[in-house]
Design a protein around this ligand. Structure first.
Ligand SMILES: Nc1ncnc2c1ncn2[C@@H]1O[C@H](COP(=O)(O)OP(=O)(O)OP(=O)(O)O)[C@@H](O)[C@H]1O
Length: 524
């Protein structure tokens, strides 16, 4: 089989005869197939006897022997095959039938194959094209690739070359299909991890995400804090082929420096004081799954070198061990820092940067995709409704200000603001007064002469009452006190929740209460 060549060159005629004889009898897989020339109706014949074929292949060549050989090989692989001997026949078939893969000879009797290719790429962009060309016209193969052919075969070609090209096309097709389905899933919010957003920026992100999910390359996820880097990493993992394997997030910024190495690579018993048991590192725990290295820019330089070695050699050496242990996890990393600048400053290893940055995904800040704000706001509101059973809704003013605000803390800030508003509101309608002070300040800067709608003004005075509702000037300390006490009261004394919603620590809250001379409960 290996020595059999398929081609149009007359010097290959003898070999072609061999091909034809071989092809007529047995396909490479041993499956018997019958190949017939194209019927007058132009319909490609399904010739495989194996199950339902996955790909529809059309062979366009004026040489019947080449057509037959290709049909036999493709049919043997379980594809539905058809053949056309001219441009006109090919067009007739393409009009009536969805073709997944076109095997196209560039030299056809009734016109150029290149023109047909151009037409196919315009009318049927999903059809993959493999051009077949004689060695002498390899320049036209280059032109064909430029127009959109995915692959090419130089005639005469060995049958195994054809088989490889068919396998590659089938794989690519499968990949494209999966990635299209995933993109659709992400777009309609059904993707695992539930990424919300329909702005052009998010569409672009879904496009790249749906492609990288099926590969095993490292991906560097870039974006400001709170833009959704971890959510994107989860989406990549849970939509990929290893979704059932572990997803292990590692926050490089919060690991205790002296313990990072043993956390990442593991340690043996007795490796250091307190290591009374051997421990597997996070890189090994992810076995076959994904390790998500968050805040990778925070990793100390010496550990960057060790991580690079582990990634290159695909093995880790636990602290205190002389033996390496293989690792098979995919690595995704994220940072809100300018890693390239850190490389220039010598604070991040260039080689590690390139290792992690095989593909990068940049998540734009929320202020650069404002059309997503209402969608995200409604999404978080729905979540709150489900959790609380309350029929919350935004006042017009609240929704408008949220859409205009810059959200320096991005989606996380928006999510927290809505959670806080729901916890503080006295009724189902969320007013401006229920939003965090930074949004109220923002609105006051924009509308210096008033509060906007009357309802919201009332809500502001009646709500947590922060601001200049009584017309006088209030000190920042006074506003802070007002906010703290108002929040605790509205939460019926739940100080932990109040601290959380106010974005301050529990200890700070208690210290402030002490400063105000309040030692017992408030509102409880
Ligand atoms: N597109 C989105 N759709 C729905 N929720 C989102 C989206 N982006 C972010 N979130 C939510 O916002 C919060 C912050 O997201 P995440 O932790 O992924 O951000 P991050 O960029 O990793 O933040 P950091 O840099 O601070 O670690 C999470 O609760 C996440 O679920």
């Amino acid at each position: 089989m290996n020595s059999v060549l398929v081609g149009t060159d007359t010097s290959e005629m003898k070999q072609r005869e061999t091909t034809r004889a071989g092809a007529r009898d047995v396909a490479p897989s041993g499956v018997l197939v019958g190949v017939s020339p194209l019927g007058v109706d132009g319909e490609p014949r399904v010739v495989s006897t194996e199950g339902t074929p996955s790909l529809h292949v059309l062979v366009v060549d004026d040489d019947a022997a080449v057509r037959k050989a290709c049909c036999v090989i493709a049919g043997g692989k379980g594809f539905a095959v058809g053949e056309a001997g001219s441009v006109a026949q090919a067009k007739a078939i393409l009009k009536h039938r969805k073709i997944d893969l076109l095997l196209l000879d560039l030299k056809l009797p009734d016109g150029g194959g290149l023109a047909l290719l151009e037409q196919v790429k315009t009318l049927y962009p999903d059809t993959a094209v493999v051009v077949m060309t004689a060695f002498a016209t390899v320049a036209s193969a280059v032109e064909a690739m430029r127009i959109g052919a995915g692959d090419y075969l130089t005639k005469p070609f060995a049958l195994e070359e054809l088989m490889t090209v068919l396998d590659r096309a089938a794989q690519r097709r499968h990949f494209d299909l999966e990635s299209r389905l995933l993109r659709e899933k992400l777009r309609t919010q059904q993707g695992a991890g539930g990424l919300v957003g329909q702005s052009p920026e998010m569409e672009k992100l879904y496009r790249i995400l749906s492609k990288v999910a099926f590969s095993t390359h490292p991906v560097l996820i870039l974006g400001e804090s709170g833009t959704g880097k971890e959510l994107v990493a989860r989406s990549i993992h849970f939509n990929g082929p290893n979704a059932t394997k572990p997803f292990v997030p590692v926050d490089c910024g919060s690991l205790v420096p002296t313990l990072i190495e043993s956390e990442l690579f593991g340690h043996v018993k007795g490796a250091f004081t307190g290591a009374d048991r051997a421990k597997e590192g996070l890189l090994a725990t992810a076995e076959g799954g994904t390790v998500f290295l968050d805040e990778i820019g925070e990793l100390p330089l010496d550990l960057q070198a060790k991580l690079l070695r582990a990634l290159q050699e695909k093995e880790v050496r636990p602290v205190g061990s002389t033996q390496a242990r293989p690792i098979s996890a995919r690595v995704l990393a994220a940072t809100n820092r300018d890693l390239m600048a850190m490389v220039e400053q010598g604070r991040f290893r260039r080689d590690l940067y390139f290792r992690l940055n095989v593909v990068n995904l940049r998540i734009p800040p929320l202020r650069d995709r404002r059309s997503d704000i209402p969608l995200l706001a409604m999404h978080f509101l729905e979540q709150m409704k489900k959790e609380s059973g309350m029929a919350y809704e935004f006042s017009d003013d609240t929704l408008r200000v949220m859409g205009e605000y810059d959200w320096p803390g991005n989606v996380r800030e928006l999510e927290n603001a809505i959670e806080r508003a729901c916890a503080l509101s006295s009724g189902p309608v969320l007013h401006m007064g229920d939003l965090p002070t930074q949004l109220q300040d923002f609105r006051m800067q924009r509308v210096p002469t008033g509060y906007g709608s009357e309802t919201d003004a009332v809500a502001q005075v009646e709500g947590n009452g922060v601001g200049m509702g009584d017309g006088g000037i209030v000190s920042i300390a006074e506003m802070e006190k007002h906010a703290i006490l108002g929040t605790i009261r509205q939460l019926k004394g739940d100080k932990l929740m109040a601290a959380r919603l106010l974005g301050i620590g529990k200890t700070t809250l208690y210290r402030k209460l002490k400063e105000y001379g309040i030692t017992d409960g408030l509102g409880d």
